[in-house]
Ligand binder design. Structure first.
Ligand SMILES: Cc1cc2nc3c(=O)[nH]c(=O)nc-3n(C[C@H](O)[C@H](O)[C@H](O)COP(=O)(O)OP(=O)(O)OC[C@H]3O[C@@H](n4cnc5c(N)ncnc54)[C@H](O)[C@@H]3O)c2cc1C
Length: 558
């Protein structure tokens, strides 16, 4: 019987990892590390994972949130990358239909744009072929009239046609959490707010790490046969800690997304469109909002906290206003935003948008294995490659044999819903349960779609709602979500809940403003924070809200 991935179990998980050497220790709790942990656990390796912030707090909560093959990489002839990530789309979808959704995409073609009718048609046909796209989702070329009917907001004067194709949309942070939960449920151990600050060696070979608990400042030693550095934009930092003679491998680029009310940019479906400077960006409707992104500029600043500048904001507003001239978005329309860093592998002489998005594995004399680059979409294949290597190392060291990769047909946590074809029936059936427990149909459906096959557990907390939440004034839904986050998703701070467990800071910032005090009070009591911690977390949440609003920038550019 596995132990819950609960905040209460955090100290016990640490203790278990310290007790005896692991087979594999993964550093970094973004999608790359989570995928590696799940793959390793399913092959029978004793696996632990350490994350210095919250899970997915790095790049894996700051992406465009698409599971996609990357159509534009075809222009760079990245055939292998497009084929692999294109095919992975369907696997990620099937293994977690509650966390991934098919997203019809419109590609408007404009005069002097980056794609002609001919090149778009050919490119998308190649994309369909490489990604083995099912017939129902293959590309359809559109006339000007058809394109205009599909998206009346488009500028008539420059339109020469369009193309319709499919991508998939996800919630990147929740995908990461679902993968990790599955790994923990199968016996793996993962702990957030645990920073690796040093490596330990035996006969010049890496044997363990010194890790500092960011909540208590306690230091621990954790040993493992194999250690993998999956720290995304921080890969160089840890590699240098291991071997100071190694230079930088990464080239970080910054990507900004802005969120506006859908009423301010009422597009009928997602679009992928040309920017005036020859790049392309997405505009994607979601939960009553539309988000737009992304930028792609070199980044040199602080890794944990990249910021949006006035230039970033102006660039995205101009891109929208160029393709939808009747809309004229202004800075004050922006309700929220997020900023991420791409951990790209350095390629001399190439600009940000030209650098390959493929992943690369680095092996050091000490035995450390590092992985960087890649995409959210390809996380499962990246994990397979790494764990194949780990299996070879373990065989060489101890003569143990492990099976081949097991994750192709393995639902992630919450994904046992009968595959993509069974999901809608699953939603209907489970929705009734929520309604019988007193939720509205809308509330119930929202929870079923968000938690998939774990929703029964979420619903079970509704029974205690009246007694336990009376003092706080929590709604039944919020109470059940908080309980679930505490008991099954290791939530530590209000920011973990509002950003990475619910995505609310980006897509429902008003709701966050309404509930932040109540949630803070509830978590403070449940987790018995010290006075200092309580003040720190309150301040942190307030700053995050202000930052997401981009208040200073909005004022400056109005
Ligand atoms: C703007 C943008 C848009 C994108 N859009 C898409 C998209 O739509 N689709 C797609 O497929 N991909 C997309 N990507 C790429 C994708 O998001 C990344 O490839 C992926 O999230 C990287 O995950 P990761 O786990 O390698 O890194 P991260 O998510 O950054 O995880 C690394 C983790 O390591 C932790 N860490 C660092 N140092 C230590 C330490 N000393 N001890 C313990 N932990 C440590 C960090 O806190 C961090 O959480 C996008 C990227 C960006 C920036």
């Amino acid at each position: 019987m596995s132990e819950f991935f609960s905040t209460q179990n955090r100290a016990r998980f640490i203790e278990q990892m310290c007790q005896k050497p692991l087979d594999l220790l993964v550093i970094g709790g973004g999608i790359t590390g989570a995928g590696i942990a799940l793959d390793a656990v399913t092959r029978g390796m004793r696996t632990g994972l350490l994350e210095m912030q919250d899970f997915a707090a790095g790049t894996s909560s700051r992406s465009t949130k698409l599971i996609h093959g990357g159509l534009r990489y075809l222009k760079q002839l990245e055939i292998k990358l497009v084929a692999e990530t294109g095919r992975e789309r369907k696997i990620v979808y099937e293994n977690g239909p509650h966390i991934t959704k098919a997203e019809p995409m419109l590609l408007p073609l404009v005069k002097d744009g980056s794609l002609s009718k001919w090149s778009a048609s050919l490119g998308l046909a190649v994309y369909d072929w490489l990604a083995k796209v099912p017939v129902s989702e293959r590309r359809r070329m559109l006339s000007v009239e058809e394109t205009k009917t599909m998206e009346p907001l488009l500028d008539n004067s420059s339109l020469i046609g369009g193309a319709h194709y499919y991508e998939y949309r996800t919630d990147d942070a929740r995908l990461t959490i679902e993968v990790l939960k599955e790994a923990v449920d199968r016996g793996g151990r993962a702990v957030n707010y645990m920073k690796v600050i040093d490596f330990l060696y035996k006969d010049k070979k890496i044997a363990g790490v010194v890790v500092e608990d960011q909540l208590t400042n306690d230091k621990h030693e954790i040993y493992a046969q194999v250690i993998v550095n999956a720290t995304g934009p921080w890969v160089d930092t840890l590699d240098v800690l291991n071997d100071t003679t190694k230079g930088e491998k990464l080239y970080l680029t910054k990507g900004v997304h802005i969120v506006v009310a859908q009423s301010r940019l009422p597009i009928r479906q997602a679009l992928y469109f040309d920017t005036p400077d020859g790049r392309m960006v997405f505009a994607i409707p979601r939960a009553g909002k539309t988000y737009i992104g992304t930028t792609d500029t070199p980044y040199k600043g602080e890794t944990a906290h990249p910021h949006m500048t006035n230039e970033d904001l102006t660039y995205l507003l101009n891109a929208v206003n160029h393709i939808f001239p009747s809309v004229q978005l202004v800075a004050s329309d922006v309700e929220s935003h997020w900023v991420g860093l791409r951990p790209l592998i350095r390629q001399t002489g190439k600009g940000p948008s030209e650098i390959s998005r493929k992943d690369e594995i680095f092996q050091y004399e000490s035995g450390l294995i590092s992985i960087a680059g890649g995409k959210l979409t390809g996380y499962r294949k990246m994990a397979e490659r790494i764990v194949n290597l780990v299996a070879i190392r373990l065989r060489q060291k101890e003569g143990r044999k492990f099976t081949a990769c097991q994750t192709h047909n393995l639902p992630v946590s919450g994904g046992n819903v009968g595959g993509s074809t069974g999901f809608e029936n699953f939603v209907k059936e489970k929705m009734q349960q929520g309604v019988l427990l007193g939720l509205t149909a809308g509330e119930s459906e929202k929870l079923v779609r968000m938690y998939g096959s774990n929703v029964g557990q979420v619903f079970s907390y509704l029974q205690n709602w009246k007694v336990e939440s009376a003092a706080y004034g929590l709604t039944p839904v919020l109470f059940a979500q908080l309980q679930y986050a505490l008991n099954h998703e290791m939530v530590v701070t209000p920011a973990d809940f509002f950003i990475r467990r619910t995505g609310a800071l980006y897509f429902h910032i008003d709701w966050v403003r309404n509930w932040e005090t109540v949630v803070w009070t509830y978590l403070m009591n449940e987790l018995k924070w010290s006075k200092e911690k309580a003040i720190e977390y309150r301040q942190q949440m307030r700053e995050l809200i202000q930052e997401a609003e981009g208040e200073a920038l909005v004022k400056n550019t109005k």
